[in-house]
Every structure is written in structure tokens, then in C-alpha cells.
Write a protein that binds this ligand. Structure first.
Ligand code: NAD
Length: 428
């Protein structure tokens, strides 16, 4: 099965404007940390919002013009970082929200990056490879003064992949007249990618969950884990949970959910998935249950690693896990937060829990700039250090303000960005 590294973040496609939805959480944290009103204005405003026209001669000779976006939310802590998505439904508001999300996520794990996001309004399913390459190259050329290892570093996101990163890297390199691998992350290893990138997010989920288990005095041997989603994050997360001695009693994917009270053999489940078109359909090492039943299973750790909005105001009452580890982006709806908090369920928020991905993206950028590459063991050792420190920082902040880990993570992120901004001062 082919894995794709993404640096995406939740989008609220429902009734609320995505940027407003992001701001609602930002405001709670800003109020708690007593953020100066001027800094509040500064941080809620993206630094740059760029819309570019991308005219392309299609394979049939006709000219079509696509629209491309890049939003730099903030770069006070370093070059901005964030993925590029290709989608027919993308909007500037969505890109703005996702860019801000990246600022907070990078600050939570204390990476020297700001936040950005980009995209092109197009349907890759309807484009040929040649058309896709032309769009990518023209989009990159139009944003030549924006991108750069010291300025803004894109990565893959929804519907973009290693190949598209390769074209971006090549186009940028042609214009600046030298090979510049550090201009994008998410590249194949032979093109300056990093070892451990594929495993990074799932491994990260287990690193921070282990810290939480230790804090709560839980022994991995007595810990039953349920994982929703069996793609990159879910299957690698499940494997890592098994490795530390936990029993993975529930797994699921788009084909349904599976339960085995004695624990699954995750290696076998992965082999089955890979031999069956990437899904678990027909997997008979456990009982087939519904997605609702999976989420409500009696277990110690529930790791939603698939989709947004899975834990809601409706099912939050029925969740039995002691810890929710948000491997996916935005799996818990805002209205579920207070219910889970009242019931004493510890939620490790997405901007901490799945930050292993962006952390190894940062390692890729560092290695490209050095021109010296680390072993997988070195990558994992450094990942472990960064995420363990981030867990401690988020936990300390949450305790200091007597709030949940989610709000603690936001307060920490906003504090870090605001502190840098105060010392740098406002130019002009
Ligand atoms: P993926 O495409 O590899 O896997 C998604 C999994 O979810 C698949 O097993 C799919 O079958 C399953 N799924 C889809 N619909 C489902 C449904 N209705 N019920 C149950 N399962 C369903 O994606 P991924 O890379 O593992 O990403 C999963 C989540 O993690 C997303 O929210 C993503 O934004 C987030 N995330 C991923 C990374 C990364 O490095 N891959 C980094 C940060 C955050």
C-alpha cells in the first residue's frame, strides 16, 4: 500500500466559515492567556494572502485558467510551513484557516517555523499527468518570491504527493539556478527526503500517548487500545501500540470495524490489508462491528485516526476510553469537549498528538540544508525527544491554567508566537 505524507488540518465544511471556526478556538486561548488586544489583531490576520492565475494549455490545445492560493499566516518564528492541496472545492477561507492551524501546530512542538497553506482549485482526477505537471510548475513559478528554504516551505496535502513536490523543487531550482532540495518537504528519500517520514505520525501518536499513560499511572500491559482508521496513521499507530505491549482490540477502516477481545496481530492485519486492495474488507480475525460500536468499546485508549467529527455531542457520553489520542485532524467536535472533560477523559489534542508528521518534515528541511542525512534511528530518537518535551509543555500549561490539554496546547502556541513577536517588535 502506498503511503502519503500529509500536513493537513481540519476543515469545517459544515455551517461555519472555516476561518471563523478556527478563530473561535483561538479566541478562548487568547482570552485565557490575556493576550494584548493589539497582538490579538496581529495574530488573527494572515500576513499574506496570494491568489494567482494559472493559465495552462490543456492536452487538447484549449487554454484553461486555474486559480491558485498561498496564505502565509505568520512567520515570526521562522519560515512558514504548510501543505498544498489540489481540490475543486478549495476556498481562500479554508486555506486561511489551515495556514493558521499550521502556525499553532509548529509552535506547540516548538519548531522554528511559522504557518502557511496553499492550494489550486482543480480536480486532479480529471487532469492528465502532463496537465498536472504544467499546473504545478506554473503555480510554483508564480510564487517564486514567496517560496524558498528561508521563506516558505510547502509539503504534500490532499491530492498532492512526492511527484508534485519533485516538480515544485525542480521548477524552483531551475529559476534560482541551483538544486534547492530544502524548498519543499515530503520528497522521496533519493531526492532529499527523510528516513522515518512514513512512520512519523503514527509513531508520534504512541510517543505522546505513552507519556499520558505514564502520567495516569497506566501500564501498557493492561492497556486495551481501539484504533479508528487503518491507513498511514492508524495502522502504524496500532503497530506501535502493540510494540509497547498494549493489546489492540479494535481496528477499523472504510470497510467497517473489527473487534477481538484477545487483541489483533497487527502485522497480519497490515498484510491482509495490503493483499486486499488496501482495505480490511473480509478480515476475519475478529467480529465485525459498526463504527459506532467501535468508538464506544470498553477500552483504555481510543485513537481516532481516520476522519473529522467522529466524537460528537451525541456519542461523547458513551465513550468508555480513559484517553483519546487524536491521530486524525479534528476528530472531536467542539461540543464534545466539555462532556469528555466532565467525564474525566483525557484528550490528547490533534495539534500535539499528530505533530510527529510535521516534526519529521522539519528534520527533512534541516537535513537538506546540511546536506547530511540521518539514520532512521537518529530520526526516531530526535522525534521522541521533541514530542516528549512538547507533551510536557502542553501538560504544564494545561495544569497552570487548569484547562484541558486542548486549550493548554492553544495557550502554549499563542504564548510562544506572541513572546517572539514582542521581542522582535513591530517593524515600521
Ligand atoms: P489514509 O488515507 O492513509 O488513511 C485513512 C484511513 O481512514 C483509511 O484506513 C480509510 O479506510 C479510513 N476511513 C475512511 N473513511 C472511514 C470511515 N468512514 N470510517 C472508518 N475509517 C475510515 O490517511 P492518513 O494519512 O492515515 O490520515 C488520517 C488522518 O490523520 C487525517 O485526518 C489526516 O489529516 C491526519 N494526519 C495525517 C498525517 C500523516 O502524516 N499522514 C499527519 C497529520 C495528520
Amino acid at each position: 500500500m502506498e503511503y502519503k505524507y500529509v500536513e493537513s488540518a481540519p476543515i469545517k465544511t459544515t455551517d461555519q466559515d472555516p476561518f471563523e471556526s478556527m478563530m473561535a478556538r483561538f479566541e478562548v486561548a487568547a482570552m485565557l492567556s490575556d493576550l494584548d488586544p493589539g497582538l490579538y489583531q496581529y495574530l488573527k490576520t494572515p500576513q499574506k494572502q496570494i491568489i494567482v492565475a494559472i493559465p495552462i494549455q490543456m492536452d487538447d490545445g484549449a487554454i484553461e485558467v486555474f486559480e491558485g492560493y498561498r496564505v502565509i499566516h505568520n512567520d515570526v518564528r521562522g519560515p512558514s510551513k504548510g501543505g498544498i492541496r489540489y481540490s475543486p472545492h478549495i476556498t481562500l477561507s479554508e486555506v486561511k484557516a489551515l495556514a493558521a492551524w499550521m502556525t499553532w501546530k509548529c509552535a506547540v512542538v516548538n519548531l522554528p517555523f511559522g504557518g502557511a497553506k496553499g492550494g489550486v482549485k482543480c480536480d486532479p482526477k480529471k487532469l492528465t499527468k502532463v496537465e498536472l505537471e504544467k499546473i504545478t510548475r506554473r503555480y510554483t513559478a508564480n510564487l517564486l518570491e514567496v517560496f524558498g528554504p528561508e521563506r516558505d516551505v510547502p509539503a504534500p496535502d490532499v491530492n498532492t504527493n512526492e511527484q508534485i513536490m519533485g516538480w515544485i523543487m525542480d521548477t524552483y531550482s531551475m529559476h534560482v539556478r541551483h538544486t534547492t532540495t530544502a524548498v519543499v518537504t515530503g520528497k522521496p528519500i533519493f531526492l532529499g527526503g527523510s528516513h522515518g517520514r512514513v512512520e512519523a505520525t503514527g509513531k508520534g501518536v504512541v510517543i505522546v500517548t505513552s507519556s499520558m499513560m505514564e502520567k495516569m499511572g497506566m501500564n501498557p500491559k493492561d492497556t486495551r487500545v481501539v484504533v479508528q482508521g487503518f491507513g498511514n496513521v492508524g495502522s502504524i499507530g496500532a503497530k506501535e501500540f502493540e510494540k509497547i505491549g498494549c493489546k489492540v482490540i479494535g481496528i477499523s477502516d472504510v470497510s467497517g470495524a473489527y473487534y477481538n477481545a484477545n487483541g489483533f496481530n497487527i502485522r497480519k492485519a497490515i498484510e491482509y490489508r495490503d493483499a486486499h486492495g488496501g482495505i480490511l474488507e473480509g478480515f476475519d480475525s475478529g467480529d465485525k462491528i459498526t463504527n459506532e460500536e467501535l468508538l464506544e468499546l470498553d477500552c483504555e485508549v481510543l485513537a481516532p485516526c481516520a476522519l473529522e467529527d467522529q466524537i460528537t455531542g451525541k456519542n461523547a457520553e458513551k465513550i468508555k476510553a480513559k484517553i483519546i489520542a487524536e491521530g486524525a485532524n479534528g476528530p472531536t467536535m467542539a461540543n464534545a469537549d466539555p462532556i469528555l472533560a466532565d467525564r474525566g477523559i483525557a484528550v490528547i489534542p490533534d495539534i500535539l498528538c499528530n505533530a510527529g508528521g510535521v516534526t519529521v518534515s522539519y528534520f527533512e528541511w534541516v537535513q537538506d540544508r546540511m546536506g547530511y542525512f540521518w539514520s532512521k534511528a537518529e530520526v526516531f530518537q530526535r522525534l521522541e525527544r521533541i514530542l516528549s518535551e512538547a507533551f510536557k509543555d502542553v501538560n504544564d500549561t494545561a495544569e497552570k491554567y487548569n484547562v484541558t490539554m486542548r486549550i493548554g496546547a492553544y495557550v502554549l502556541a499563542i504564548d510562544r508566537v506572541a513572546q517572539t513577536l514582542k521581542i522582535r517588535g513591530i517593524y515600521g
